[in-house]
Structures are given as structure tokens and as C-alpha cells.
Design a protein around this ligand. Structure first.
Ligand code: ADP
Ligand code: MG
Length: 405
């Protein structure tokens, strides 16, 4: 009997109606005679009673003096409430179910509280419960250190819990259930006619996720890719098949236009600050110090262009003023432009396609969007624009590459 891992995100669990739909997906799969592991997130989004952001706000409202270790303990409550709720609904329907916390499910992590990395999974307990004919509900987003302290895995952590369990259990498939019909050519919240993609490769969605498409966490995709476990991203709220994520060999039977498409989608990250450092002649050696100092102060940098006379790069808006202080301490002056956004055109086959940059420049010029900086790789072309232009830029590029068709 094969193992299926289902993961349900916050919106899929936040209302009684949604939870009934979750039960429907569980029952349908059980009828296929699979062993089922269900990974749950905390219910709802910011503002709703047991959502992770609500627990964080609660901690902040108490003075925010909670140590990191204890904060993780608090954050683990959201998934526990979700799991217990779902267990109760299953038992009511006569589906035998057991809840396991991240720790009980065998997740061993390092001790970076709030953003712990999975070191190992010992899923013996899960296997035991499955073999007794029970559905195993696992609280996502959690693990424990070797000392038995509870940890959380950071944003999107339940996606990672699900694919990591898929890998550890050699599951046939991991289904990520969310509030959209799979992976689309752009975020449907800003591009109304974004199109669901029936198949994408691990690499394509990994790139999209790294560039801001938060429909699935990039770490989760990397884990599935290494273990070569197929992932389906699909909606709790419809019966659609969603998007199948596999290696390109998994596309063998699908139409040629999917295999040959050169642009997969458009993604964006808002709230970045562009920093321009000009180095006076004779001071070029300071280039190294610029980036070393950023690293020493824990400021992560992106979109780096180094020239003989200086450097341009971005940091998050949150780190902007800290970055300027660091540069001033080096005796350097910097020009900063806060409130920017990085928009990415992502594809499997961008490399060497003639005219693609021209098409991007044309699309943005037609929409009066100014390009502040650009860069490209084999699979992605990035442009930096003002945050106020971000939505317009995403829509213009989506339109120009005819991704809705
Ligand atoms: P969950 O709570 O189920 O984990 P998330 O909010 O993390 O849900 O992810 C789903 C959201 O991802 C969607 O509501 C959508 O707005 C957003 N999203 C961003 N980019 C994309 C994309 N390319 N395709 C699909 N959804 C996207
Ligand atoms: Mg998510």
C-alpha cells in the first residue's frame, strides 16, 4: 500500500466549511486504499485567533521580551490546535486518527529557534500508527533539538515538513492543498488572468519560489527534488488536479508547449532598498569591506552589480538604515533608494533566447515603468522597479509574454 502525504495550509483549515472540504479530500484518498499522513498548518491568517502571526502579535503585546526558545514553544500551539480540531472531525466520521507533534513524528532539527533546519527524521512512530490502519495527523512547522527542545522551521515551514516527511517515508506523492488552483503564471492576487500550470519542473518552481511566489516554500521543493518525490499543488476548494511538480522526465506524456515554453511565470518581491556606493579613485580595495561588513552585520544582500568605481546592490527595506550606518562607519557615502521591488521573469529556456531583454524593456516602457537595475541568469531575468510600479510591471510582463494563453 502506497503512502500519500497531504498538507493543508492555514486558509484550508480556518472555517468549518473549509474543514469539511478537507475531510472530503481525506475520505476520497482513503477510498483509494492509501496510507495517509496529513500535515497541518495553524488555522487562518494574520488576525484570526490561532494563526501564527496572531501568536507573534500576542508575544509582542506582552513586551516582546520572550526568549527565542520560549517563543518557539508558543508558536507550536497554532498547529497543535489545528491538528486536534481535525482529529476530532475525523473520529466523528469514524476515521481512526492519531495526532503527532513534530517532535513525536521524529523531526530532529538544529537549535536555530524560529528558523531551525531539519537534520534528520526518524518516522518509526508514524509507520507504526499507519500500520495500525490510522490516519496520522502531523503538526507542521515544528521539530525538536537533540535535547528535546521544541523548534519551529520558519515561514512556509509546513510545506517543508510535508515534503521532508514524503522523502523520509518514501511516499508516492505529496499533495500541498492551498487556496488557489495550483501554481499559476503569476500571483492571482495581482494578475487576474494568471493561468494555472498543469506541470512544472522542480527547478522552475524553485526559482519562482525563491523570487517571491510564496505558493510553496523553496526549501520544500528542494527536499522533494533531492528525493525525487512528485508534488502536487492544488486547491482545497475545488476538485481540480492542480499543478504536478516533477523532474522534466515526468512531462513525457504532456504537450510539447509545456516542455518547450521559455517563460514559466512572473514573480515579485516588494520592500527592497537599492544602495549605490561610489568609491573614490584609490579606494577600490574597500569593495571587499563593503560586502564583508554587510555579512558581519547579518544583512543579506541581493542584486549585486560591482563596477570598477563602486557597487550597487539591494537589501530589504527593514535593513536599509542599518546598512547605511555600516557604510558610514567605513567612511563611505551611499545613495539609498527605499521602496523598490524586484520583479522576475522566470523560465526554463530563457538562456540565449534572442530579444527577450528587448521584450522586457519594451513592455515596461509601454507602461511607463522605469527600470532601476537589471540582471540575468540562465533561468531568470530580474528588474528592479519602484514599489509603486510593481503591480503594473508584473501585469505588463505577464501580458507581453502572453502567459494567460
Ligand atoms: P497556505 O496557507 O495554503 O500555505 P499561502 O498563502 O502560503 O497558502 O500560499 C498561497 C498563496 O500564494 C495564494 O493565495 C497566492 O496569492 C500566492 N501566490 C503567489 N504567487 C503565486 C503563483 N505563482 N501561483 C499561485 N499562487 C501564488
Ligand atoms: Mg504557505
Amino acid at each position: 500500500m502506497g503512502i500519500l502525504v497531504q498538507k493543508f495550509g492555514g486558509t484550508s483549515l480556518s472555517t468549518p466549511e473549509a474543514r469539511q472540504l478537507v475531510l472530503g479530500h481525506v475520505k476520497r484518498e482513503l477510498e483509494q486504499n492509501v496510507q495517509l499522513v496529513v500535515v497541518v498548518s495553524a488555522m487562518g491568517r494574520k488576525g484570526e485567533p490561532y494563526a501564527t502571526d496572531t501568536l507573534l502579535d500576542w508575544a509582542a503585546s506582552n513586551g516582546d521580551s520572550l526568549p527565542k526558545r520560549e517563543r518557539d514553544l508558543l508558536l507550536c500551539c497554532g498547529e497543535i490546535i489545528s491538528a486536534a480540531t481535525l482529529c476530532s472531525l475525523m473520529e466523528k466520521e469514524g476515521i481512526p486518527a492519531t495526532v503527532l507533534t513534530g517532535a513525536q513524528a521524529g523531526f530532529i532539527t538544529d537549535d536555530q529557534y524560529g528558523n531551525a533546519r531539519i537534520l534528520d527524521i526518524k518516522p518509526d512512530r508514524i509507520v507504526e500508527e499507519l500500520n495500525q490502519g490510522r490516519v496520522v495527523i502531523v503538526t507542521g512547522f515544528q521539530g525538536q533539538t537533540a535535547n528535546g527542545d521544541m523548534t519551529t522551521l520558519g515561514r512556509g515551514g509546513s510545506d517543508t515538513s510535508a515534503t521532508a516527511l514524503g522523502a523520509a517515508l518514501h511516499a508516492d506523492m505529496v499533495d500541498i492543498y492551498t487556496d488557489v488552483n495550483g501554481i499559476l503564471t503569476a500571483d492571482p492576487r495581482i494578475v487576474e488572468n494568471a493561468k494555472p500550470l498543469s506541470h512544472v519542473s522542480y527547478t522552475e518552481i524553485c526559482n519562482m519560489a525563491h523570487q517571491g511566489a510564496k505558493v510553496i516554500h523553496p526549501r520544500a521543493v528542494e527536499i522533494a527534488m533531492q528525493a525525487n518525490i512528485p508534488v502536487r499543488v492544488r486547491s482545497t476548494f475545488s476538485d481540480g488536479e492542480g499543478t504536478l511538480v516533477t523532474n522534466p522526465e515526468g512531462f513525457k506524456d504532456v504537450e510539447a508547449d509545456i516542455v518547450d515554453r521559455f517563460v514559466t511565470g512572473i514573480a515579485y518581491v516588494g520592500n527592497v532598498t537599492q544602495i549605490t556606493v561610489e568609491l573614490k579613485p584609490g579606494l577600490e580595495h574597500l569593495q571587499l569591506h563593503v560586502f564583508k561588513s554587510m555579512a558581519e552585520h547579518g544583512i543579506s544582500v541581493d542584486f549585486i552589480n560591482v563596477t570598477p568605481s563602486g557597487a550597487v546592490y539591494t537589501v530589504s527595506d527593514h535593513d536599509g538604515s542599518k546598512a547605511v550606518d555600516v557604510l558610514n562607519n567605513l567612511g563611505l557615502e551611499a545613495k539609498i533608494l527605499a521602496g523598490c521591488a524586484k520583479v522576475s521573469v522566470i523560465g526554463g529556456g530563457i538562456n540565449g533566447v534572442p530579444g527577450i531583454m528587448a521584450t522586457i524593456v519594451e513592455a515596461l516602457a509601454e507602461s511607463d515603468v522605469q527600470i532601476l537595475q537589471s540582471a540575468d541568469s540562465n533561468t531568470t531575468i530580474w528588474v528592479l522597479v519602484k514599489k509603486d510600479d510593481m503591480v503594473q510591471a508584473v501585469r505588463a510582463l505577464h501580458n507581453k509574454f502572453e502567459l494567460h494563453q
